[in-house]
Design a protein around this ligand. Structure first.
Ligand code: B12
Length: 212
């Protein structure tokens, strides 16, 4: 059996070949995709973030470890995103302007798809104007804004302001998330909800449209 801590250690080393192989092996052995995430990939990335913060790792290590997780996520996607639930609605999501982190957003997307949502992903570094245009075009019920950088969190607030100005705010529910965000901040900027991880995001989204 794969020890998921070994998977975490491969992420910390930025060894994407080993991370890929261990993820595949764990899946073949019947490990839950959620455990692979919560006990292997995510703690590994958290440690990488700590090492970066303490000055032991630099940007290249962050990039290599991020890529290793992205490769492993490709393997997990079919299992996490498998449609088992009845159709819930349309969800639009993106990472706010100035921020290119997308691993967490992509996990949220997989969870949403697995819970019956049709998801449109606007990608990363999305300006308030582009969010507004997409809400107009897509006709979604819920909009998700991801922000991993303290510096770019105000761009989530700017996006909500832009939606208000365009007269679209009342037509949709808005959720925010990302490591530095909190429920209190979500309330402060006028979002409808905050969620701390993928499973919670799917649950809260359904509640927001009365299908929880
Ligand atoms: C990997 C990584 C990178 C990779 C990103 C690769 C990618 N494709 O995403 C790269 C190398 C590109 C990167 C770059 C930078 N990074 Co970086 N990065 C990380 C790291 C190590 C992991 C992030 C991650 O993927 N976590 C795992 C996922 C699963 O967690 P998550 O993103 O939080 O997502 C979950 C929840 O938050 C929630 N969620 C997320 N989005 C949403 C959206 C909605 C709607 C909802 C409901 C929920 C939700 O659900 C997700 C799934 O469970 C973190 C450290 C950390 N501990 O977070 C630093 C970190 C986020 N980075 C940091 C920094 C400073 C940077 C740089 C500025 C470094 C530099 N000097 O250039 C640049 C910024 C580039 C830019 N303009 O965006 C800081 C941010 C500090 C801060 N608070 O502002 C951190 C915290 C590292 C640190 N400890 O200092 N980074």
């Amino acid at each position: 059996m794969v020890d998921l801590q070994d998977l975490g250690r491969a992420i910390i080393r930025g060894d994407s070949d080993v991370a890929f192989a261990l993820t595949r092996q764990a899946m073949a052995e019947g490990a839950e995709p959620k455990d692979i995430l919560d006990k292997g990939l995510v703690p590994g990335l958290q440690k990488v973030g700590d090492l970066f913060e303490s000055g032991d790792y630099y940007l290249p290590e962050l990039i290599v470890s991020g890529d290793a997780v992205a490769r492993a996520l490709e393997l997990l996607e079919p299992a996490l995103g498998r449609k088992g639930a009845s159709f819930k609605g349309k969800y639009l999501i993106g990472t706010v302007k100035g921020d290119i982190h997308d691993l967490g957003k992509n996990i949220v997307i997989m969870m949403l798809k697995g819970n019956g949502w049709e998801v449109t992903d606007l990608g990363v570094d999305v300006s308030p104007e582009d969010f507004v245009a997409a809400v107009e075009k897509e006709g979604c019920q819920v909009l998700g804004l991801s922000s991993l950088l303290t510096m770019t969190m105000p761009n989530a607030a700017r996006t909500i302001e832009a939606l208000e100005k365009a007269g679209l705010r009342k037509k949709i529910k808005i959720m925010v998330g990302g490591a530095p965000t909190t429920a209190e901040w979500a309330r402060k900027i006028g979002a409808d909800a905050h969620a701390k991880d993928g499973p919670k995001a799917a649950k809260v989204a359904a509640e927001l449209i009365g299908k929880g």
